[in-house]
Design a protein around this ligand. Structure first.
Ligand code: XBP
Ligand code: MG
Length: 266
């Protein structure tokens, strides 16, 4: 395994920002209403639907599971794609209106990582336009340029929990998984990163708190800020985090080194 931590790979939804309940869910419901459908995804139902990653895949799952009687149009794929386009428009409008901020500590960690020469990438299931809008409106006008690779959406056929999107990002960067750390918020995300060979730091949210993060290097409530410390909820690198108040580059380097030692001992 590489001795140096070269890059940080970030999930988007739930990790960079709490986008699901008050962002994606709201945008889906706006698209449904606009299309004259009586579908309305409550915050609770949405928690169940999140088991399926990808908005188009999620709508199809909803139809199969909750709307078996819905009279399906001949071109179901086209119908779902149309709804999804409208949903993306509504979601990016919410972002442009500044409705969805970054999670605590994300801005700080990204700035520090950039300043210290770490390479940055995105590996996400969501649509590229959503990533672009979030980075532009919640991070910085040139936020997209901070990331060497933005791997998103349908660029790979199999979405998380398949490892494909991480493998794609690593290949584009010419790096191996041992050179990097991944940042995730969900079990599906951790499985994806783990199966790509990556060590992963998890920040949970209300939808993912009770999930299984087996093998994660560290599980936190938030990345934390110097005046608003994180809480360590689990993970194999808890000892490395002792005494730390927030997730910074030094802690990331310690966690990466710890993983390396474990791999060398094994
Ligand atoms: C995110 C997703 C996405 C978003 C919606 O998962 O599953 O589908 O919920 O975005 P992850 P789209 O954080 O694991 O990448 O509607 O653009 O798919
Ligand atoms: Mg996520």
């Amino acid at each position: 395994m590489s001795k140096t931590l070269s890059a940080l790979l970030f999930d988007v939804d739930g990790t960079l920002a709490d986008t699901e309940r008050d962002g994606h869910r709201v945008a889906f419901n706006m698209a449904f209403a606009e299309a004259g459908l009586d579908w309305d995804w409550s915050a609770e139902l949405y928690g169940e639907l999140l088991a399926v990653t990808g908005g188009k895949e999620r709508m199809r799952f909803y139809l199969d599971r909750y709307r078996p009687d819905f009279e399906r149009p001949d071109d179901l794929d086209g119908f779902i794609a149309g709804l999804h386009q409208a949903k993306t428009r509504h979601f990016t409008d919410l972002l442009a209106a500044g409705r969805i901020p970054l999670r605590p500590g994300v801005d700080r960690l990204l700035r520090e990582a950039r300043g210290r020469g770490l390479r940055l990438a995105i590996a996400t299931t969501t649509t590229p336009a959503n990533v672009q809008a979030l980075l532009r409106h919640a991070l910085a006008p040139d936020g997209e340029d901070w990331f060497e690779v933005i791997a998103a959406g349908d660029v790979v056929p199999a979405k998380k929990p398949a490892p494909d999107i991480y493998c794609y990002a690593l290949e584009r960067m010419g790096l191996g998984p041992g050179d990097c750390l991944a940042f995730e918020d969900s079990e599906n995300g951790v499985r994806s990163a783990r199966d790509a060979g990556l060590k992963t730091i998890v920040t949970v949210n209300d939808y993912t708190r009770g999930q299984d993060f087996d093998g994660a290097a560290l599980v936190l409530d938030e990345m934390g800020e110097p005046d608003a410390p994180f809480q360590v909820l689990g993970g194999e690198g808890g000892a490395e985090a002792a005494g730390a108040t927030c997730l910074d580059v030094d802690l990331a380097i310690r966690l990466h080194a710890d993983c390396r030692d474990a791999a060398e001992t094994a």
